[in-house]
Ligand binder design. Structure first.
Ligand SMILES: [Zn+2]
Length: 214
């Protein structure tokens, strides 16, 4: 618990407190939740009464400082033999089930836990690399990868992967499928190059599909 940086007489408010004191003579309740307090903290300052009053400017610093223009910046080329990578993480929830059909040569043994229908919160990481940076120093602007997230949301999220993929829905197959989709639908529009896709069913286990070196 920290003390409010501005003290007004003896009426000090305490950050994190769920109840604020009211000045003498004030009417009505001045109860404010911690969450509400934090939300309003950026909009309000303390007035002389001890209550918060709406601030006329930004809560911290001067407007000029916040909007200071930045001049041209020097380029820092990526040295020969080096590459930069960016990684963007996505997630989706889905169910899957692997086969235990005795007629399937790729089936798991009957009773294997993965043959039961179950679900995961899949984590998907897309890795994009470049030997030269563009713009202010980007491999690829993160926002340019948004179509990939849209694809996950619309086609895999809250679905049974057995109905989405034409193959057994292992993490490896999901990674290959997503790398192919990215290469066909996103790659052309970005300056970086897809290096790989990582798919995790759990925080401690994942599969990766890496593109061949250029
Ligand atoms: Zn599973």
């Amino acid at each position: 618990m920290r003390a409010c940086p501005k003290e007004v007489g003896d009426d000090r408010c305490r950050l994190g407190s769920t109840v604020r004191r009211k000045p003498k003579g004030a009417k009505g309740h001045r109860l404010i939740t911690r969450r509400h307090y934090r939300h309003r903290r950026s909009l309000y300052r303390h007035g002389e009464s001890g209550f918060k009053v709406k601030a006329s400017g930004p809560p911290y610093g001067r407007a000029d400082d916040l909007q200071r223009k930045v001049g041209p910046m020097a380029e820092l080329p990526v040295p020969d033999g080096m590459r930069c990578r960016i990684v963007k993480r996505f997630s989706f929830d889905a169910a899957h089930q692997l086969s235990s059909d005795p007629d399937d040569p790729h089936a798991l043994k009957p009773g294997h836990k993965c043959t039961r229908l179950h679900g995961h919160t899949y984590r998907v990481e897309v890795i994009v690399e470049a030997a030269a940076l563009t713009g202010p120093g980007f491999v690829t602007e993160f926002g340019a990868l948004a179509p990939f997230g849209d694809y996950l949301k619309e086609n895999l999220d809250h679905r049974c992967l057995n109905e989405v993929l034409p193959v057994a829905p292992t993490s490896e197959h999901v990674a290959v499928h997503l790398a192919q989709w990215f290469a066909e639908h996103v790659q052309e529009g970005i300056p970086g190059r897809l290096a790989g896709v990582r798919v995790s069913e759990t925080p401690g286990a994942w599969a990766e599909c890496w593109m061949a070196a250029p």
